[in-house]
Design a binder for this molecule. Structure first.
Ligand code: WT7
Length: 642
């Protein structure tokens, strides 16, 4: 197992060494895994060509390290706990032996349905245990999983299926969420009907008793297909740099891109970061409340914990069902030791009052984690006081889909803590702050663009099918640096505070979205001719979505029914992307502030959306300065959706 740091002093020493001898450091971590064939070279390539490779020449299977490796000592220890949406239903547990058998059975089912090494398999599934099993089954046989968050629309799903031409889609019939039941299979049918000709098979996991339509020859039931399958399956020999998975994420331009991660480096980094950040001790129960549809779920529900031989809990439901005490109820019920959630959930639960956590016994908790967006001081303090009883450490973990693993964070209980600061980089991670010209800002107490100056094992390898895009987005802004897209501040002690995105990406409740992507969706509305989307501070979501729209002339002149327009616009966005992309505020405008070269001045729109119209500054260089006044005036008459 990867090394676990035991004190802050040790952290400082190891950090220094990791910078001095990075390859030696990572080789030491990697050696603790089971390799089918040892690697020849620790690190090859570089940022310049975006061709970084780790542990080349080595062969492994990540599931052998997640499962088989633990069978000797902990075959009968719990690996996975599944807590259902409805608390009156029984929860499920899988020991390492049971999970191993289920993964092998599923792997054999994939094979019998024609899935081979390198094939892409799309998952569009709620948080059922079978999602974890299916993902690991892909890895077992070397198929590439592409998990799509089940809140995305049929259109968004179809785009993702087509982009990497998935041969199979695995879904459920329904998604049980709170008191709702969402018809998942119908969405898949609609998506696959949109030119997804690569899809040969749809496997449907039965999560409800309601009937669904099955397409003959294409659709098959999970429970029928898995029946009688053998409980062993030889792990595929994977090269370190073979693709493990694709996960789509939004950028500042264009359609979402498929971030590609590979087997060896991802394995080493997720296990290493999991053990150190959460200070996981054998026997502890660890719970990350994220959805597996995002990177947090991949790395810190499935791979990291299982690689470390941990007990990992997955939860099907939502924080407020049946009531706002659900999270704390689960912590009490399963005696959770490490709890990891998002600031948006903390804020939402905080808004429900202090009473809820006080009803439950939270004494088992040892470490509290947060991830996904900057955490405000009030939420940090509430988490620390009300959940952590002022004694537990909080790890504010910064990372991205592209980094795959936690890069900046305290190590539970060992590191200094400061509200709103993610803290120090993990050993092996070399950060820097740059100014917009690419000059490094040295010294502490400074702010700048957050970059990474040395490769790390779980870094993005490419964007699927478009390597030029990967190079352009991450490695071309600054020579020999990976650019994160975030701005950050470094305090006197070298601790980092993430300020937020500096590009046209917004972070709504920890969900990352491109403003261009939302604009494209809005522009699909027949009455919209142009739109501009910006984020604005939102009490619960962190950032809300504010859309400025220009309607076609007929609609502008006639006094349109704004209520009707509003709801039809929300429908369009829900159809194009999903409910998570629905604008919170819509302002109908007659023009948008633009530069002389025709670029929308989002800086101005952001100020207006934030209610800071007074600080806009000089607009005289705009193509149409008069438009600004109009937009400011119009901001008092907006359509509000929550
Ligand atoms: C962006 C990455 C990391 C998994 C979930 C999101 C923001 C992430 C933090 C944090 C402040 C954070 C950044 C980053 N972010 N964690 N602890 N503090 N901001 O993954 O969807 O790839 O988004 O989320 O802006 O760039 P993602």
């Amino acid at each position: 197992m990867t090394h676990q740091i035991k004190s802050f002093k040790e952290y400082q020493k190891i950090y220094k060494n990791s910078v001095r001898h990075p390859e030696k450091f990572w080789a030491k971590q990697a050696k603790t895994f089971k390799w089918m064939k040892p690697w020849k070279k620790v690190l090859s390539g570089g940022f310049e060509e975006a061709d970084v490779r780790w542990f080349e020449g080595g062969q492994l299977n990540i599931t052998e390290n997640c499962l088989d490796r633990h069978l000797k000592d902990k075959a009968n220890d719990v690996a996975l706990i599944w807590e259902p949406n409805d608390p009156s239903q029984a929860f499920k547990t899988y020991t390492y032996k049971e999970l191993y058998s289920e993964v092998c059975r599923c792997a054999n089912m994939l094979k019998s349905n024609g899935i081979k090494k390198g094939d892409r398999v799309c998952f569009y599934m709620p948080m059922v245990a079978e999602l974890t099993i299916g993902v690991l089954a892909c890895a077992r046989i070397g198929a590439i999983h592409s998990v799509v968050f089940a809140g995305f629309s049929a259109n968004a799903l179809a785009d993702r299926i087509k982009d990497c031409s998935c041969k199979m889609v695995i879904c459920s019939d329904y998604n049980n969420r709170g008191n709702k039941s969402i018809a998942v299979k119908e969405i898949v049918d609609e998506a696959v009907a949109k030119d997804c000709s690569s899809v040969e098979t749809v496997i449907v996991y039965k999560a409800s008793n309601t009937k669904v339509k099955m397409k003959r020859g294409r659709d098959k039931w999970w429970h029928k297909e898995i029946e009688g399958k053998r409980k062993t399956c030889k792990p595929a020999k994977m090269n370190s740099e073979d693709v493990l998975f694709i996960l789509y994420t939004s950028g500042s331009t264009g359609k979402p891109k498929g971030v590609v991660h590979t087997c060896g480096g991802y394995m080493v980094y997720t296990c290493y970061s999991f053990k150190n950040v959460f200070q996981y001790q054998q026997g502890d129960v660890y719970w990350c409340s994220a959805d597996i549809g995002w990177i947090t779920g991949h790395s810190y529900i499935i791979y990291g914990p299982l690689l470390a031989g941990a007990k990992t809990l997955m939860f099907e439901g939502v924080p407020t069902f049946p009531d706002a005490g659900r999270f704390w109820h689960i912590c009490e019920k399963h005696k959770v030791n490490q709890f990891y959630t998002a600031p948006t959930a903390i804020r939402a639960l905080m808004a429900q009052g202090d009473d809820w956590p006080s009803h439950y016994d939270l004494n088992s908790l040892k470490v509290l984690g947060t991830v996904g967006e900057p955490i405000n001081e009030e939420a940090w303090n509430w988490y620390k006081e009300k959940i952590g009883k002022n004694t537990l450490p909080i790890v504010d973990t910064w990372f991205q889909t592209e980094t795959a693993g936690i890069m900046i964070s305290g190590l539970g209980g060992l590191s200094p803590q400061k509200a709103t600061y993610a803290g120090l980089p993990l050993p092996g991670i070399q950060l820097c702050l740059l100014n917009s010209k690419g000059k490094e800002i040295k010294g502490n107490g400074k702010e700048g663009l957050l970059c990474i100056k040395y490769p790390w094992p779980s870094m993005i390898r490419t964007t699927y099918g478009d390597h030029a895009r990967c190079k352009e987005v991450y490695f071309s802004s600054f020579k020999n640096k990976y650019f994160t897209g975030d701005g950050a501040r470094r305090d006197k002690k070298g601790m980092y505070r993430i300020i937020g995105r500096v590009d046209d990406v917004i972070n709504v409740s920890g969900h990352r979205m491109g403003t261009a992507e939302i604009e494209n969706a809005i522009n699909e509305h027949p009455n919209v001719i142009e739109s501009a989307v910006v984020g604005y501070p939102h009490k619960i979501k962190g950032e809300g979505i504010y859309a400025y729209v220009i309607l076609n002339k007929n609609k502008m002149d006639a006094n349109i029914d704004t209520k009707k327009f509003n709801s039809s616009l929300l429908k369009v966005v829900t159809k194009e992307i999903g409910p998570i992309a629905k604008p919170d505020k819509i302002q109908i405008v007659t023009g948008l502030p633009k530069t002389r070269s025709g670029k929308i001045m989002r800086r101005i729109l952001r100020k207006i959306a934030a209610g800071e119209a007074k600080n806009i500054g000089d607009v005289s260089t705009l193509l149409n300065p008069d438009v600004v006044k109009k937009v400011i005036r119009g901001a008092s008459k907006i359509l509000v959706n929550n």
